[in-house]
Design a protein around this ligand. Structure first.
Ligand code: PLP
Ligand code: COI
Length: 359
């Protein structure tokens, strides 16, 4: 995509000026002032613009409705301690969308153009960026859909890219309160499938087991590797982290490359190794190790989840407890979470160049 895109004029309002109860925001969709929209046709991206129209009108035979060509990202913008507004690691999201789009035969968006779009859409929605200290963030959801008509199974010839924004509070009710999870009876991905990309179709696969988990009183599912059902992959919306009895951060690797390459997880690993000097091991983690009570802490990590403590996982008819995550994050994940938050909020120096200052 041409880097010299100009999204045109839009109104800039004061930061956090929307009339919202910032401290008590749920993780729900609220319409904000503008969304960014760009269309792809005739083999190239056409000019992008801001729109106040939060609906999309498409032909009924658009690929998104028939064959699910859709990829997306998630990112957050924060008010920082010094009063500026910044986004956390948009370059990493841009790279991942590049990879996701390629897997679904969709067009690429250049990384500089993607980050420019992120910056512009945040500036256009400054009034919805929650104030510093509120604990909330402006969630950014970039996504791309196949808009071209397709009835035979093939990729669309036209696409739309959008970034919608919405102010959000914690993903799990209660914020830092520990949640209970269970091991799912279904797979969210196939061994050589699309589990490693951020595509809506993976989430559609997880809805049935998600509703089952909810009915049984669990907040999320742990999905096992889809080939052997032996190793822990990830949850429906976050990667998993464990801390062993010796204090090592144990980060599950997927046997079948079927988990999302979480930006939060990669950030936590660097913080653990380079700031805290911790031992980090990235390897397959078997369900048996969990059943053997090998871990003292467990947490879910993601843009929405940040680092959410897990007190219990239900598996093989048993409740396995993580003793140090019973009442919020334990000491290890708690420290890593705090450092991540401090970098995101500009309370601590960012030695990794993760912060994209926007306004
Ligand atoms: N795994 C899944 C299935 C997710 O939906 C997410 C959320 O984005 C993550 C992991 C965490 O990824 P990230 O930290 O990049 O948000
Ligand atoms: C994110 O964390 O950005 C996601 O896309 C996960 C989703 C469950 C909200």
């Amino acid at each position: 995509m041409n880097e010299n895109f100009n999204v045109g004029d839009y109104e800039i309002k004061p930061v956090s000026s929307a009339n919202l109860d910032w401290e008590n925001l749920p993780f729900d969709y609220v319409e904000t002032d503008y969304s960014l929209v760009a269309n792809y046709s005739d083999g190239k991206w056409q000019n992008a613009c801001m729109t106040k129209d939060h609906t999309i009108t498409l032909n009924e035979c658009a690929n998104i409705f028939q064959y699910c060509q859709e990829v997306f990202e998630g990112a957050k913008a924060f008010c920082q301690k010094d009063g500026t507004v910044a986004c956390f690691r948009p370059w990493a999201g841009a790279q991942r969308m590049y990879y996701s789009a390629a897997r679904l035969c969709m067009p690429q968006i250049d990384i500089p153009a993607y980050v420019y779009f992120i910056d512009e859409v945040v500036k256009a929605n400054l009034s919805y960026v929650p104030p510093y200290g509120s604990g909330a963030a402006l969630y950014l959801r970039p996504f791309m859909i196949g808009t071209g008509k397709t009835i035979g199974v093939k990729p669309a010839s036209s696409y739309q890219f959008r970034i919608i924004t919405t102010p959000v509070g914690p993903y799990f009710k209660g914020g830092e309160v520990s949640i209970k999870c269970r091991v799912a009876d279904f797979d969210r991905a196939a061994p050589r499938g699309t589990g490693a990309i951020k595509a809506g179709l993976n989430y559609a696969m997880s809805l049935f087991p998600y509703m089952q988990a909810k009915e049984e009183g669990y907040a999320e599912n742990f999905f096992l590797d889809p080939k052997t059902n032996t190793f822990v992959d990830e949850t429906g919306g976050a990667n998993i982290l464990f801390v062993s009895k010796s204090g090592t951060l144990v980060v599950p690797k997927s046997l079948t490359n079927s988990i999302l390459n979480s930006i939060t997880r990669r950030s936590i690993v660097r913080i653990a190794e380079e700031i805290c000097g911790m031992t980090v091991v990235e390897r397959v983690v078997s369900l048996d190790e969990i059943l053997d009570e090998s871990f003292v802490e467990c947490g879910l990590c993601g843009t929405a989840a940040v680092v959410s403590p897990v007190s219990t996982v239900h598996a093989n008819g048993m409740d396995i407890e993580f003793p140090n995550s019973q009442n919020g994050c334990g000491p290890v994940l708690g420290e890593l979470r705090s450092i991540l938050r401090e970098i995101q909020l500009g309370e601590r120096e960012d030695p990794f160049d993760w912060i994209d200052k926007i306004y």
